[in-house]
Design a binder for this molecule. Structure first.
Ligand code: ATP
Length: 236
């Protein structure tokens, strides 16, 4: 498969499986390096399964997909950590270690992704916390932060290795609308600095307010607002 010049993701004729069940068929899309893309669809329509396939948590059994230079149909287990180093991944539930400080949470990821120099690690930690507006959080424990602040730490963690794309699965799902808006704006800033974003969301307000490209999982297919009319105001 030829990889498009500016594409960070390119998927061709892929089928997304959960076990033996094909959740999405004939999936075709690519995402360029500066794009912001929403991923929508009813509950159970396949959003998380698609994202999991993209970060190699589910294997790609049919079709082709290339993400940040990795061919998912051929990827070996031993290569998955290298793929994840080049991606930022953000989930709805914050998944910070509750018994470690924010600094320790970030250092944990750095060590797991090959960082060794203590001074550089400290500097990068300060940098990413500054970026998400939490310069004073390093010594705090997760429970001392609000939900929105914890999600900011998760975003900081996802940015550590300067990913070319962030995959976000309902990152504002558990947050109050105002807090969710702040988190969304942070994703926009990250995008404006040159990182592509693929964000699964049920948040209709965001979809109405920000007219980014939309991919929609519907009836086993993936529709693309670049090539199809997509309704976002139906209930799902
Ligand atoms: N671990 C699993 N094992 C088997 N089937 C699963 C698993 N996780 C999800 N599925 C099934 O795969 C299909 C797609 O689910 P998926 O979680 O990808 O949907 P989703 O669009 O992300 O939903 P939601 O908006 O509720 O998060 C559903 O039919 C679901 O029941």
């Amino acid at each position: 498969m030829e990889f498009g010049k500016d594409a960070v993701i390119e998927v061709k004729d892929a089928c997304i499986f959960q076990g033996l069940d094909a959740v999405l068929q004939n999936v075709n899309f690519s995402i360029e390096k500066d794009e912001f893309v929403f991923l929508i669809g009813r509950t159970g329509s396949g959003k998380s399964s698609l994202l999991k396939t993209l970060y190699a948590d589910l294997s790609l059994k049919m079709g082709q997909a290339e993400i940040v230079g990795f061919q998912l149909s051929k990827i070996k287990k031993s290569e998955v950590p290298y793929l994840r180093r080049k991606l930022g991944i953000v989930f709805q539930d914050f998944q910070l270690f509750p018994d470690r400080s924010i600094a320790e949470n970030l250092f944990f990821v750095m060590k797991a992704t090959g960082w060794k120099d203590k001074e550089k690690m400290k500097n990068r930690m300060i940098e990413v916390l500054l970026k998400v507006g939490l310069a004073d959080a390093a010594t705090k424990m997760p429970h001392q932060l609000s939900g929105g602040e914890q999600q900011r730490v998760v975003i900081a963690r996802a940015l550590i290795n300067q990913p070319s794309i962030v995959l976000a699965d309902e990152p504002t799902g558990n947050l109050d609308p105002d807090v969710a808006d702040g988190i969304f704006k942070l994703f926009q800033e990250i995008n404006n600095e040159g990182t592509a974003i693929l964000m699964a969301t049920h948040n209709h307000d965001l979809l109405r307010k920000y007219p980014y490209r939309v991919l929609k999982c519907e009836k086993g297919k993936l529709l693309d607002s670049k090539t199809s009319d997509i309704t976002i105001n139906t209930s799902y």
